[in-house]
Design a binder for this molecule. Sequence first.
Ligand code: FES
Length: 100
Amino acid sequence: MKITFRENGPIILHTESELSFRSGGAEDKKPSPVKLCRCGQSSNKPFCDSTHRRIGFEAGAAELEVVPIRGRCSNSSSSVFETPSARNTTRVRPLRRALR
Ligand code: FES
């Protein structure tokens, strides 16, 4: 999965398959890419509704690639990712950072 932090805009999740979201007991599936609000002003949270443009939201751009670990949690339908801070269960590789 790739996560893009768009300059002055949302967080974008790029995946190979659709993503599932649960809210208030209801589950919703969305095709990739999914735009998540980063400015906090969307009327459709957690998703971006482009309000960031109207309010002049400012933030830097960045991009991460999250690599899933194959062969773990075989009884679970959820993915496991590697990151250095999660005791070797998730790995996050920064690809590009252009922060102001
Ligand atoms: S980032 Fe787009 S509405 Fe918040």
